[in-house]
Design a protein around this ligand. Sequence first.
Ligand code: SF4
Ligand code: SF4
Length: 386
Amino acid sequence: MPRSFDDIYPSRGEYDRFHLANTAFQRVLSTGERSYSNIDKKVEKMRQGIPGFSLIDYSFSDAALTVALASHSGRGNMNQGFYSWKPLGATVKPEEIPRWEGTLKEAASVIRKAGLYYGAADIGFCELDKRWVYSHTTDDRPIVFEDVEEGYITDKKVVIPNSHKWVIAITVPMEVEEVMYAPTALTPVARMGYSRMPIVAGSLAEFIRGLGYHAIPSGNDTAISVPIAIQAGLGHVGRHGRLITWNEGPMVRIAKIFTDMPLAPSPIAPEGIIEYCEACEKCAKYCPSQSIPLGPRTYEGFTEANNPGVLRWFCNADTCYEYWREIGTGCSVCFRVCSFTKERGVSHNIIKWFIRNVPQLNRFFVWSDEVLGYGKMKDPKEYWKE
Ligand code: SF4
Ligand code: SF4
């Protein structure tokens, strides 16, 4: 019998919903400090002539964010761009036609098929666990639940309808090849992910509206993505605090949709990832800012940016972000070195089978991953020559 989410990730005491103003990014911005990718820092890095920080490298990565920015969706701009809470008009269900009805399983199957077509790496479903919905927006408006048909936002509050009981968790892919140049500006994968997220989430939300239901698509906004993705069966959270999926490892970004369309919940992903991370401390060892803990999972975080109370590994988001500010770009070393960051292949699938079924071999795989040189940084000078 597979274990439930709460068996694998027990919580201790009262879990308080997280205030979005407490992320490391927001707290730095609220002190008047500038973001890690401010223009002066870029100029300083370009002038230093360090490979991976040239004009071409920065421009390449920045351009990957084009769709997210030009569509006003951003990394998760609540109710904006493709993350609009209102229909965008791409689909219109004729009033005289009743809304589409199917069993929970049929509905999940249809949504999954459509989402994969729109570009998702994977799609999973779960019932909404309100713990993961942010308590407040960055500008301190409470996010509440009401008996209304449609979600709405005012300058006083954000309202999610009680009828939106289901969540669709969506992963979009990030490339293994390009993350091998981390930590430099030549790492467009996160930005490209942010451009893919609104395309998939926005299109799928319109599809759902066309079937006669309501949909609230979201990126990084509205709710914490990782626990939702776990509850929707897409993977487990690793030592570095990122979602690890069995197919793409940590090389995904997560979007989600809240909906009143009933959907069959997905089973929890097979276990084995946490047990592997217990044997492997590679990300902790290589993290340039020592933000990733060694040792077992805990209930306590490091800073206000970590919401305590659930058993997991907490990444120190403050020291991590400080490092980004120091180098003038996102870091992603933990993505690069993670043992689950691998191109797809038969041999890797066989090893993953052993990780799931014979955890006694985990230490051997940890050792061989290191010996075989997986996750080594590539020379940014070579990228443009290939
Ligand atoms: S992004 Fe870099 S600094 Fe931050 S936790 Fe990962 S490895 Fe450490
Ligand atoms: S590097 Fe190792 S310990 Fe860190 S998240 Fe990946 S598998 Fe887990």
